[in-house]
Design a protein around this ligand. Structure first.
Ligand code: BG6
Length: 493
């Protein structure tokens, strides 16, 4: 089936923090792609706002170079870039004072009947003040939506505070808490795989599944984000949101529909069923690591502490967790989660390991029998592989072999995989919250993360060092191998 473009209603997207990294790397390129696809109505505008004094022309030049850097050559022409940047305007605004707000108001109010979308691509300390201003200036009408980026707090208490502040200006139905992992094509496919096929669901439980692995490995270091990162660490930056959201989609009960609350109710139940990891258990069930110097991205790279310039930091750049979901479906099935920076390869995947067959009728000459595995690859090379046992073709007796049923999407469909932000931004304009986190979900995730954070704090041990370009600290390998299992490694077919 050919992909469809459904035009959205006319909107204005006002980006606070418009000159920052997220705007340049993700938001402007995503909007550009949607413009090229013909999804954005002609009258829609993108209004950049940040403290930096800049003219419209400067902002357009900034957007042009961001698009040239982040959109592949073959996906743009000088005309398409020019068409897009004509939508852009810029206002210098100070979130903490009156500066610029009346200009912003005048500009926003120029358009009649446009849906207003406010994207807060700023630090969370500005979420409250910006929402407050928007509301007191009468800029939050019945259609206005707000998008907030993580980190939403650093623990449950601060998350509640931020949520309260946003909630004063916007109702929950118009707050879009973005977790861009939910917009990834293969994550959507996980829902299709589970709920549009009769094959998996009867097996999707502790009776047939031995364990689940969720890995998000990056080769990049923290680079220019070290200031933010040192206040967060891998647990808050990746596990509290991306890893737990993926876990929810694997583990949730079938929702009755794709309606936002139907899906989010089920995800919430999973988060609430996570067995707490407290005190001493944290040493058994979690591993935290920190990268040292090593080799990555084709050259020698510095260690985290050198990048930071502070040898005393205990911030983890790697985390592995053995999680358990205490409910009927998943009792006794470990969910091994891991994520880290400066690892050997960039790979994000979910591996569902099925139980071995109960009895083998084959003798030893058939070769070893491997349990089935479903590997859902989020990136790179998005696709799904179902590993099965077959008979090795040709004569020579009954010889068994493990092969994958392979659905690598790029090969199968020859289509461009849209970036998560493209889908998510259009969902906000459409008012569809299915792929956004509800307040109670975010808070339930923090409730599970907080005790781990506290246990680490109470423990004197620093994070385990690992050399850049490796697969993380050896303790993370021990975490799964102690249970007689191994981390999945991609294998040539
Ligand atoms: C972000 C984290 O949410 O996700 C980053 O803050 C991380 O630290 C990034 O690098 C990974 O996203 P992706 O889409 O490149 O896997």
């Amino acid at each position: 089936m050919i992909s469809r473009i459904i035009q959205v209603d006319p909107f204005d997207l006002i980006v606070f923090g418009a000159t920052g990294d997220l705007s340049a790397r993700k938001l402007l390129p995503a909007l550009f792609q949607r413009d090229v696809a013909g999804q954005i109505p002609e009258s829609s505008r993108v209004i950049g706002a940040s403290r930096k004094p800049m003219s419209d022309a400067d902002f357009r030049a900034f957007a042009k170079s961001a698009i040239e850097e982040h959109v592949p050559d073959k996906e743009r022409t000088p005309e398409s870039v020019e068409h897009f940047i004509q939508r852009l305007a810029y206002v210098a605004v100070d979130a903490m004072s009156d500066g610029g707000w009346s200009d912003l108001k005048a500009l926003i109010e120029k358009a009649r009947g446009h849906i207003r979308v406010y994207y807060l691509a700023t630090g969370p300390d500005l979420f409250g003040p910006i929402c407050d201003r928007l509301s007191s200036l009468g800029l939050v009408d019945d259609t206005a939506r707000v998008i907030v980026e993580k980190p939403l707090g650093k623990d449950l208490e601060s998350a509640r505070e931020v949520n309260d502040l946003i909630g004063k200006a916007f109702p929950e139905t118009r707050i879009f808490r973005i977790d861009h992992y939910l917009g990834k094509e293969t994550v959507q496919n996980l829902m299709a795989l589970r709920f549009a096929n009769a094959l998996f669901e009867p097996l999707w439980n502790a009776g047939h599944i031995d364990h689940v692995q969720i890995t998000v490995a990056e080769t990049l270091g923290v680079g220019g984000r070290v200031g933010y990162y040192d206040t967060a660490g891998a647990l808050r930056d990746m596990a509290q949101n991306h890893l737990l959201q993926l876990l929810c989609l694997v583990a949730m009960e079938p929702p009755t529909s794709m309606a936002a609350d139907a899906v989010r109710d089920e995800k919430l139940k999973v988060l609430q069923s996570l067995a707490p990891i407290r005190g001493e258990q944290a040493a058994q069930l979690t591993v935290r690591g920190q990268y040292r110097a090593g080799a990555a991205e084709g050259g020698a790279v510095k260690g985290y502490l050198d990048e930071l310039g502070d040898a005393s930091s205990r911030t983890e750049t790697f985390v592995a967790i053995k999680a358990q979901i205490a409910n009927w479906r998943w009792a006794g099935v470990p969910f091994y989660l891991r994520t880290g920076k400066r690892l050997a390869t960039r790979v994000s995947e979910i591996v569902v390991g099925f139980r071995p067959i109960p009895h083998s009728m084959f003798d030893g000459s058939a070769g070893p029998l491997s349990p089935n595995q479903l590997v859902i690859r989020l990136q790179p090379n998005e696709g799904v592989r179902l590993w099965l046992m077959i008979k090795d073709p040709g004569p020579g007796g009954m010889r068994l072999r493990r092969i994958p049923l392979d659905m690598t999407f790029a090969e199968a469909f020859h289509t461009r995989n849209p970036d998560a932000y493209e889908r998510l931004l259009m969902d906000v304009v459409r008012g569809n919250q299915t792929l956004f986190m509800r307040r109670d979900e975010v808070e339930a995730a923090w409730s599970w993360i907080d005790p781990i954070q506290e246990a680490w704090k109470a423990n004197e041990e620093p994070p385990k060092p690992y050399a850049s370009g490796t697969s993380g600290p050896s303790a993370a390998i021990a975490l799964i191998e102690r249970d007689g299992r191994t981390w999945h490694e991609d294998e040539p077919v």
